[in-house]
Design a protein around this ligand. Structure first.
Ligand SMILES: NC(=O)c1ccc[n+]([C@@H]2O[C@H](COP(=O)([O-])OP(=O)(O)OC[C@H]3O[C@@H](n4cnc5c(N)ncnc54)[C@H](OP(=O)(O)O)[C@@H]3O)[C@@H](O)[C@H]2O)c1
Length: 276
């Protein structure tokens, strides 16, 4: 069975292709611009995948605030193109969404049926992307909401912390954002198996448990054997264009949803293969 992976150069795309081996066909941005409807249809026609893992997206949360059109093209229109092509060619679709579809006012993990209320344009476009995929291909779409994704390479929080630790003795990291750090190496293999395991629809899959950003940073430094102090800070000290939910840990209300290892095991697994 061929699995077509869009966004092949991104964190989840790369991790998925590592686990797929010969079954995976990866298309990076240079191979396929997912905002081009005709190109998407042609790529799916050419590769005839049984499953599409749609991992391409606009993931620059702050950048989305100043480019609504660009973020909408990538996170709403492109998902529709991919879902339409999947349905036309009889492929199943697994597409990614985010904890940022929630407003962060809850104080226990968000489950699939919780009301959404994105605070940012990124979150809003991802939510509309979910709706587009489920509308275009309801019988064959699995929307996986995940959170705080990181991998050995790429632009992510653990790599930022490791970079800052090169030059500082003390780091200040916020304690007023709580989420579910998710190691791409743990998540990606589950994504491609999901359609065999559960009915179509929305599923929450993220590193088990919840952490503040400070706890996450401390776990990264400990796993890397770095003796750097981490002090607590508040988000007000680091203003950003996009608002982020104060609390966005994820859990599934469906007992058949696969569960990832605890978020701390993800940090340890990632840091064991960390690429400086
Ligand atoms: N990262 C997180 O914390 C997080 C959390 C929750 C959900 N998610 C979701 O998980 C999915 C994958 O995230 P990720 O962490 O793997 O992101 P990533 O590392 O930023 O990868 C996204 C990939 O999509 C590519 N891309 C962007 N626009 C494209 C276009 N028009 N055509 C083709 N490719 C395009 C990017 O290419 P360029 O590098 O050239 O732009 C990049 O390689 C996304 O749907 C994201 O919303 C991520």
């Amino acid at each position: 069975m061929t699995v077509l992976v869009t966004g092949a150069g991104g964190q989840i795309g790369r991790a998925a292709l590592r686990s797929l081996g010969d079954r995976g066909v990866g298309l990076g941005r240079a191979d396929l611009d997912v905002t081009d409807a005709d190109a998407v249809m042609a790529a799916v026609a050419a590769h005839r995948p049984a499953l599409i893992l749609h991992a391409a997206a606009w993931t620059d949360v702050d950048g989305a605030e100043s480019d609504r059109e660009g973020a909408t093209r990538a996170n709403v229109d492109a998902v529709r193109h991919v879902a339409r092509a999947a349905r036309a060619h009889g492929a199943r679709l697994v597409t990614l969404s985010t904890d940022f579809v929630f407003d962060g006012r809850k104080r226990e993990p968000y489950v699939e049926s919780d009301p959404t209320g994105p605070l940012s344009l990124y979150g809003e476009t991802k939510l509309r992307g979910e709706e587009a995929a489920l509308e275009e291909h309801p019988e064959g779409t699995w929307v996986v909401r995940t959170a705080w994704v990181y991998d050995e390479a790429g632009t992510n929080f653990p790599r930022l912390i490791m970079r800052l630790a090169e030059t500082r003795d003390v780091l200040r990291v916020v304690t007023d954002q709580v989420g579910s750090p998710t190691y791409a190496g743990h998540l990606a293999p589950l994504l491609v198996e999901l359609p065999e395991q559960v009915p179509p629809g929305i599923r929450h899959i993220a590193g088990a448990g919840a952490a503040t950003r400070r706890e996450w940073a401390e776990a990264v430094l400990a796993a890397a054997g770095r003796d750097v102090a981490v002090e607590g800070a508040t988000s007000d000290e680091f203003p950003t264009p996009a608002r982020r939910p104060a609390y966005s840990a994820l859990a599934s209300e469906h007992p058949d949803t696969p569960v990832l290892p605890d978020w701390r095991s993800g940090v340890e697994a990632c840091m064991a293969g960390f690429i400086p």
